[in-house]
Design a protein around this ligand. Structure first.
Ligand SMILES: O=C(O)CCC(=O)C(=O)O
Ligand SMILES: [Fe+2]
Length: 613
């Protein structure tokens, strides 16, 4: 790299007549006329304390690219457009432009620009070759004369014109990629790092994705012996006795027997158990126990499965209570009556196991969350002759088939869950987690067993003035997170909501590129779907801009947020995607020859273990 004498104008000539200006960013001295400041009086120049030279100044509209590099690129593209055929054959003007671009690029250490220029140069060489190849000595004198006089061979002209327009497109792409992507890494004046040398962050796409098996929680929340009084136990047993003829065996050997009460019908072990109101005595159990989870949701339950184990031979194999109708945020409470039986717990990769004796009148509290990381069962204990009855209370509703976690930026802040006006309604229960940018997406184990994971974040990742990440890196992070989510929750559908258009023209171009990259990435995975938000462009006008609640009028100045009407439609879009039965877009790309999709690692891992037989 050249060493520059900062006390001398880059023109390297002495000029006693021109006033000198110092760049506030790089401290380089410039002649007034060399940096296009002619006409300013010396007194005004002295006041320019925040002035930046063309090498440092970054145009806010174009962003991320020092003015000199942008000017060089634009000049080069303009030259290419204006090139005559003869110019293209000689291509000396190309070479000059490339040389000057190379000089300016090298001072920014922009290795990518340099390599792209090299490939452009190769193209120019190829472009020239069809015109220089004919060996005129092989032609007859008449044709030779005609060729000498001809400025052009029609086929060659067509080809050259095609090549030129291709080259022109390449130049535009080069500009775009510099502007939108890696240029952020070249941009010295805006990089947050103290160092002057730019750091190019390269995604590691070579290594296969491996998410280590994780066990982020205990197998159960709490266990309390003697949680049920003797009086309540007697009352319960009396009630259960009246049900005796109604118990149904779960398999041909009538291993264990069950009976179900609940607000909604429940599919368990392949049988449909119809809704049946729970009698007061069962409600009394819920009122009398204290689950000690410190979480008021743990008291919520609208169903009770009564299971009878006639003796130690009766058992329940290892399984998970992970039916899709169970509230993903709920707790599962089991009251035991009668003979002591041992519950066994195993984590996903069988590296950890625990056992717990479930005593008469005890209360065991587990969470729905833990089910994805632990299996449990009551294995045969032939030596036990006594009967055991368990009452398992769960929060069940068909609505939870659409349970949704929304990982979203500020545009999702007004998308409300729950019932009532302006909410996503009873059929899309769930919660929103604030995720301001892609790198803040939570770890898979922190998400929970939702059926739908909606991701709406990224505008801040690509908009930030100090954004040191390239698009490739951000897409890599997004893809990695999605893969983690798919590995830990293979039954979840991931919906990536496309970035919304903004009122900033420069940013919209970037939004389009980024959305295309998201789409490309999503095609590889069966469980990823796309929520298309392109129609929101028409809701960015002032009338529909962000709503000023205090003034009760639109905030015309906001360029990034949807207004009242926009939010309503945006929420409807999410709701349709979550409830809709539409197939994932990736199905279009299903590779029938290989018979599989590229992603959804570990999809088969949990399925066999769900639902006890
Ligand atoms: O009987 C018990 O304590 C366990 C029952 C159980 O795990 C189930 O029904 O899913
Ligand atoms: Fe269970």
């Amino acid at each position: 790299m050249k060493t520059v004498d900062k006390n001398k104008c880059p023109c390297n000539k002495s000029d006693g007549t021109s006033t000198k200006i110092i760049c506030a960013a790089c401290k380089q001295v410039w002649h007034q006329k060399c940096c296009n400041c002619t006409g300013l009086p010396a007194a005004a120049i002295k006041k320019l304390t925040r002035w930046q030279c063309p090498a440092c100044y970054v145009c806010p509209a174009l962003g991320k690219l020092p003015a000199t590099v942008y000017t060089e690129l634009r000049a080069m593209r303009d030259t290419l457009s204006a090139l005559t055929l003869r110019d293209s054959i000689n291509s000396s003007s190309y070479q000059q432009e490339i040389a000057s671009l190379r000089a300016s690029a090298s001072s920014f250490d922009a290795s990518e620009i340099l390599s792209k220029i090299d490939s452009l140069q190769k193209e120019i060489q190829e472009l020239k070759s069809p015109l220089v190849t004919p060996d005129k000595s092989e032609f007859s004198p008449t044709i030779k004369a005609a060729l000498d006089n001809a400025t052009i061979v029609p086929e060659s002209l067509k080809m050259i014109q095609e090549n030129l327009s291709h080259l022109n497109n390449r130049m535009t792409q080069l500009q775009d990629s510099i502007k939108t992507g890696n240029a952020a890494s070249y941009c010295r004046s805006q990089a947050p790092a103290a160092t002057d040398s730019p750091v190019l962050i390269q995604p590691n796409t070579s290594s296969p994705h491996v998410l280590k098996t994780q066990t982020p929680c205990k197998p159960y929340e709490s266990y309390e012996a003697g949680a049920i009084s003797q009086e309540l136990k007697a009352e319960l047993l009396e009630f259960i006795e009246t049900l005796d003829p109604e118990f149904t065996g779960v398999d041909q050997n009538e291993s264990r027997q069950v009976i179900y009460f609940g607000d909604y019908s429940y599919k368990y072990t392949g049988k449909n158990h119809p809704a049946r109101p729970a009698p007061p005595v069962l409600m009394k159990v819920l009122d009398s126990v204290d689950p000690k989870t410190g979480d008021k949701r743990s008291l919520k339950a609208n169903s009770c499965l009564i299971t009878r184990y006639r003796s130690g031979v009766n058992h329940i194999p290892m399984h998970r209570d992970d039916e899709i109708m169970i509230d993903p945020e709920s707790y599962i409470m089991t009251v035991s009556l009668g003979a002591k039986r041992t519950m066994t717990f195993c984590n996903n990769d069988d590296t950890k196991s625990e056992s717990l004796d479930l005593e008469d009148c005890s209360l065991l509290v587990t969470s729905r969350f833990a089910q994805d990381f632990w299996r449990h069962g009551i294995l045969p204990q032939n030596e036990i002759s006594g009967e055991r009855i368990s009452l398992t209370f769960r929060e069940i509703s068909p609505h939870f088939m659409n349970s949704t976690i929304l990982l979203g930026d500020s545009n999702t802040a007004k998308v409300a869950f729950g019932t009532g006006s302006g909410t996503l309604g009873a059929w899309v229960p769930g919660k929103r987690v604030k995720v301001g940018h892609i790198e803040a997406l939570p770890d898979a184990v922190d998400i929970g067993p939702y059926r739908n994971i909606v991701i709406h974040t990224g505008i801040n990742s690509i908009n930030s003035r100090f954004q040191p990440r390239s698009d490739a890196y951000l897409i890599h992070v997004l893809e990695k997170k999605c893969k983690d989510y798919m590995t830990v929750y293979p039954r979840a559908k991931i919906h990536i909501s496309m970035l919304l258009p903004t009122r900033l023209r420069r940013l919209n171009h970037h939004v389009e590129c980024f959305n295309r990259a998201i789409l490309d990435m999503s095609y590889q995975y069966k469980n990823i779907r796309i929520i298309d938000n392109s129609m929101f462009g028409s809701f960015l006008s002032d009338e529909h801009g962000r709503w000023d609640v205090k003034e009760h009028k639109p905030l015309a100045s906001d360029s990034l947020h949807l207004g009242k009407m926009g939010i309503r439609l945006f929420a409807a879009n999410i709701k349709t995607a979550v409830i809709g039965k539409s197939k994932s877009q990736s199905r279009v790309r299903f590779n029938s020859s290989q018979g599989r999709y590229g992603g959804a690692a570990g999809a088969a891992q949990h399925q066999g273990a769900s639902n006890p037989p």
